[in-house]
Design a protein around this ligand. Structure first.
Ligand code: TXA
Ligand code: MG
Length: 374
């Protein structure tokens, strides 16, 4: 057990002395949690294999799931990869710094443990002054998975980080809640057309505008666990985002969802279980459960994304036995939200009657191996 140092910093103009102090920890092989625009990350020197190994241990993360390497400039990204496809230059110009992680073939300078033995490396340049200053001051690329214990919801505040990792890491930089609230989009550039492996803060719609042709890996919209060989993102086979309670996700058109959620609440309360509902502003008054929380307005998917992980953690403190969550439209940031909700529910998905297809905006040809999904 070590003492975890908590340092408050301004998110726009972070105190350089505090950042220098923890950059020293990173250079010496230590572990520092820091905010990005998506979620808090847990950083280690990406070129120091022993440090990255400690990162896996602190998170209790399986060794076969590599973290993302964070850079503060495109030049460093170039050093980490074998070659930079034309399309990558375009994407970097358009979306970096920002919530887009790109998968490349890796170069020789990247240690095996940093990429879990894969031939590829995930790279992103975050859009957060604290993260960028920390990377610059450290003088090395920083491997940073989300700063939570493996399997738990990703942290959007420094308090969430401490809930999971206090005493297991050297320091956390606290710059308040993160803005986007779901992780970056992971885009595989080693296949043609490029494929989204994890939906996130950069929307599929925005990528399509720039790329023209881009596919969604089946795992993105899976509504049940897929056989491993159908997936390419190493993270997908592990438990993710899980609250302590058993969780169900109800999908469909709003009215049908409200009545199905109500039905489930009554069923479990009759059995003597303590039930929480994850609702939206438009529907929150329609439930009688032990705890009801709103993610935000259905017309503001960005706000729903921002609140998602924090509310999943709150339910742990409320000690509910069962959570029933409403689905939201799988468009723009809603695609990432639905992907996280489905995983958090362990794919226990209830389709409400009169369901309109929430994935209606995704045309068949845009999905790789789409037919197996529905
Ligand atoms: O927003 C984010 O991406 C946050 C912040 C801290 O930057 N980081 C994050 O890291 O979410 P992590 O480690 O929790 O998720 C990394 C994802 C996992 O799904 C992992 O499987 C995938 O990226 N990944 C990493 N390297 C990969 C590779 N070489 N090929 C395919 N997927 C990879
Ligand atoms: Mg994670």
């Amino acid at each position: 057990m070590k003492k975890t140092m908590v340092l408050k910093v301004n998110s726009q103009k972070p105190d350089r002395n505090k950042i220098r102090l923890v950059a020293g920890f990173i250079r010496n092989g230590g572990l520092v949690a820091f905010p990005t625009e998506t979620v808090y990350g847990l950083g280690a020197d990406a070129l120091n294999g022993a440090a990255v190994l400690r990162l896996f241990e602190a998170k209790k993360r399986p060794l076969d799931n590599p973290p993302i390497v964070h850079v503060s400039d495109a030049e460093t990204a170039y050093r980490l990869v074998r070659e930079v496809p034309k399309i990558a230059e375009k994407l970097m110009a358009e979306f970096w710094p920002g919530p887009l992680t790109l998968i490349f073939e890796r170069s020789k300078i990247v240690p095996d443990v940093t990429v879990a033995g894969l031939d590829t490396v995930a790279v992103r340049m975050p859009r957060h002054n604290v993260a960028l200053t920390l990377i610059r001051e450290s003088g090395c690329p920083i491997s940073a998975p989300s700063a939570n214990l493996a399997g738990k919801p990703s942290p959007t505040t420094a308090q969430h980080v401490l809930e999971d990792l206090d005493g297991r890491i050297d320091a956390v930089l606290d710059a308040g809640p993160t803005n986007i609230g779901v992780e970056s989009t992971v885009l595989d550039l080693t296949v043609s057309p490029p494929q989204v492996l994890r939906p996130g803060g950069t929307s599929y719609e925005a990528l399509r505008k720039v790329l023209g042709k881009v596919e969604l890996n089946p795992i993105v919209v899976a509504d049940r666990t897929l056989p491993l060989e159908r997936t390419r993102s190493p993270g997908v086979k592990h438990k993710h985002y899980a609250p302590d309670a058993e969780m169900f996700l109800v999908e469909g058109e709003v009215e049908a969802v409200v009545s199905k959620v109500g039905e489930l609440v009554r069923f479990y309360r009759k059995k003597g279980r303590r039930v929480g509902v994850l609702a939206t502003d438009e529907t929150i008054d329609r439930y009688q459960a032990d705890v009801v929380k709103s993610l935000g307005s259905r017309s503001d998917l960005a706000s729903i994304a921002r609140h998602l992980f924090g509310l999943l953690r709150e339910f742990n403190a409320d000690e509910v036995d069962v959570i029933v969550a409403e689905g939201v439209p799988a468009e723009e940031l809603g695609l990432a939200v639905m992907n996280r909700l489905r995983k958090a529910a362990g794919y226990k998905i209830v389709k409400a009657a009169n369901m309109e297809n929430q994935f209606r905006n995704l045309k068949k040809r845009e999905l790789a191996s789409f037919s197996m999904l529905f």
